[in-house]
Design a binder for this molecule. Structure first.
Ligand code: B1M
Length: 235
């Protein structure tokens, strides 16, 4: 499409499919204002916040990720796409948290040392809050001490760790091994996630479970919390 045609585009005149396609393009181009407007249009059209998140925003980031991998996009462009994605996530966050569910567990979540990717773990935070969990999100680049301090201070049931790089994912084992040495490993449910991980890796490092995505994280956390409550009730 020519620049003139882009300028003339009125997002609210597009049908749903065209608008989602346009959002993928706008994410790719890092256009925050357009993502802000389009997210609100989909909400006005009564789209579920979860569908906007997964279909329009996460769907768009998937394309960005593929082109980043293939050397078509570079770090500055991906950063702009990430910022545009966050603009949409900020609108959806309170809506996803609006379910009014009672607190069913407390989780500390953070990205491991050496890793600054935070979109995935922010998404997990939003979805978990929406499902009634209380979350302390300690951000990016966390050394083991930071995790230990946070789970203690927050009185967490669950520790969630995120890693997006093959070079940083082994750090999850450092955290778990330290907890084992301190004799506190079994006091917490440990869930891990991030694009390069898999179930086998989760088992190998001694986590309770690997979560493929935010929805799986919510379901897994609920299952483990139910088990914990049942064990407490039986003891
Ligand atoms: Co980065 N990056 N990046 N990057 N980046 C990847 C991860 C990469 C796969 C791109 C590629 O080559 N295709 C590649 C890693 C390759 C590898 O390790 N084998 C890569 C690289 C190489 C790098 C740099 C080294 C690039 C460079 O500098 N040369 C550098 C490293 C910086 C560092 O961390 N030290 C870097 C930098 C960046 C940006 C800063 C530009 C930016 C991050 C911005 C930000 O996060 N604020 C960025 C981005 C955006 C990406 C991609 C394109 C997208 C990641 C993302 O946000 N996905 C990514 C490509 C990709 O993953 N396909 C890539 C969307 C998000 C919703 O998905 O994070 O997977 P995800 O989270 C999911 C699940 O994994 C799961 O639930 C989430 C929601 O469904 N999940 C959890 C995640 N964490 C969880 C925790 C849980 C549970 C579930 O706990 C309970």
């Amino acid at each position: 499409m020519s620049d003139d045609a882009e300028d003339d585009l009125i997002l609210s005149e597009l049908d749903d499919d065209e608008l989602v396609q346009q959002m993928h393009d706008d994410l790719y181009d890092g256009l925050k204002d357009e993502i802000f407007e389009a997210t609100n249009i989909l909400l006005e059209r009564k789209w579920e916040p979860y569908n906007i998140l997964t279909i329009a925003l996460v769907g768009g980031m998937k394309i960005v990720g593929e082109d980043f991998r293939d050397g078509i996009l570079f770090v500055p462009e991906v950063l702009m796409a990430a910022e545009a994605m966050k603009t949409g996530m900020r609108i959806l966050k309170p809506l996803l948290a609006e379910t009014g569910a009672p607190t069913i567990g407390r989780m500390v979540i953070g990205t491991v040392k050496g890793d600054i990717h935070d979109i995935g773990q922010n998404l997990v935070t939003m979805m978990m809050e929406g499902a009634g969990f209380e979350i302390m999100n300690i951000g990016i680049n966390n050394p083991v001490e930071k995790y230990l301090e946070a789970i203690k201070e927050f009185d967490a049931d669950i520790l969630g760790m995120s890693a997006l790089l093959t070079t940083t994912m082994p750090y999850m084992k450092v955290v778990i091994d330290t907890m084992v040495e301190m004799g506190i490993r079994d006091d917490y449910i440990i869930l891990v996630g991030g694009a390069p991980l898999n179930e086998e890796f989760g088992k190998a490092i001694g986590a309770d479970a690997y979560c493929r995505d935010a929805a799986v994280a919510v379901e897994t956390a609920k299952e483990f919390m139910a088990r914990k409550h049942n064990q407490l009730a039986a003891s």
